[in-house]
Write a protein that binds this ligand. Structure first.
Ligand SMILES: Cc1cc2nc3c(=O)[nH]c(=O)nc-3n(C[C@H](O)[C@H](O)[C@H](O)COP(=O)(O)O)c2cc1C
Length: 188
C-alpha cells in the first residue's frame, strides 16, 4: 500500500535547540528546478532573525549542483531528522552529486509537497523548514580576518570543485526567509 503522509504545522521556536543540534551532525537541503529535485547534506547553517523575519542561512559552495538549482529557483527546504537519524541517507546525499545522478530516486526517498514553497519535503527527514531566498552573498577570500588557517584548509586551491568535501570553491550564503515549518507524519 502506498504511504500517506500528513503535515503537522509547528512553531520554529519550539524546535530551535533540536534544529541546531541536528544541524551540527548533518541535515539535508532540498532544491528543485524545472521538475528536477535534488538533496544534499549540510552541516553549516544559521537560524536567526534579520529584517524582522525568521531566517535560515545555508552556506553552499559555488560548484555544487545545489548551488546551480538554488540560483535558478531561489527556494529550498531544510529537512531535519526527528527520532532516529537516517545517517546512511545523509551520508549518501553528502557524497554524491545530483549533477550525475538522481539521488532521491536512488535512495527511494518519499517526497511530500510543501504548502508554501515549490520545493518538497522528505518524509525520511520529517521536520521541514520552508524557505524563500531573500538575499545571497558569495564570500570573498580577501575578507577573511583573524581566520588562522581557515582559508587554506577550507578552500584548498589544489582540490577541484567536483570533490564533495573541502575544495577550492567559496561558499554562497543564501538567506532564506522561513515561510513555514511542519513535521511530516504517517497518516494513521
Ligand atoms: C555531513 C555533511 C555536511 C555537509 N555540509 C555542507 C555544507 O554545509 N555546505 C556545502 O556546500 N557542502 C556540504 N557538504 C557537502 C555536500 O553535501 C556534497 O558535496 C554533495 O555531494 C553536494 O551535492 P550536489 O552536488 O548534489 O549539490 C556536506 C557533506 C556532508 C557529508
Amino acid at each position: 500500500m502506498a504511504n500517506k503522509f500528513v503535515k503537522r504545522i509547528i512553531e520554529i521556536t519550539d524546535y530551535q535547540t533540536h534544529i541546531l543540534e541536528e544541524l551540527r551532525k548533518g541535515v539535508v537541503l532540498t532544491t528543485s528546478d524545472a521538475g528536477r529535485i535534488n538533496a544534499m547534506a549540510i552541516s553549516w547553517g544559521m537560524l536567526g532573525v534579520e529584517w524582522n523575519k525568521p531566517i535560515f542561512i545555508t552556506f553552499v559552495r559555488t560548484g555544487r549542483f545545489t548551488h546551480e538549482l538554488l540560483t535558478k529557483n531561489p527556494q529550498f527546504t531544510v529537512n531535519i531528522p526527528q527520532g532516529k537519524r537516517p545517517q546512511d541517507i545523509i551520508s549518501y546525499l553528502g557524497r554524491h552529486s545530483g549533477r550525475t545522478e538522481d539521488k532521491i530516486t536512488a535512495l527511494g526517498l518519499h517526497t511530500v509537497e510543501s504548502p508554501n514553497v515549490n520545493v518538497c519535503g522528505i518524509a525520511e527527514l520529517p521536520l521541514t523548514l520552508e524557505c524563500r531566498v531573500i538575499y545571497r552573498q558569495t564570500q570573498d577570500i580577501e575578507d577573511f580576518i583573524c581566520a588562522g588557517d581557515i582559508p587554506d584548509t577550507m578552500y584548498p586551491k589544489n582540490v577541484d570543485s567536483s570533490f564533495y568535501g573541502n575544495n577550492r570553491d567559496l561558499h554562497t550564503a543564501f538567506y532564506g526567509e522561513i515561510v513555514g515549518a511542519y513535521i511530516i507524519e504517517n497518516e494513521c
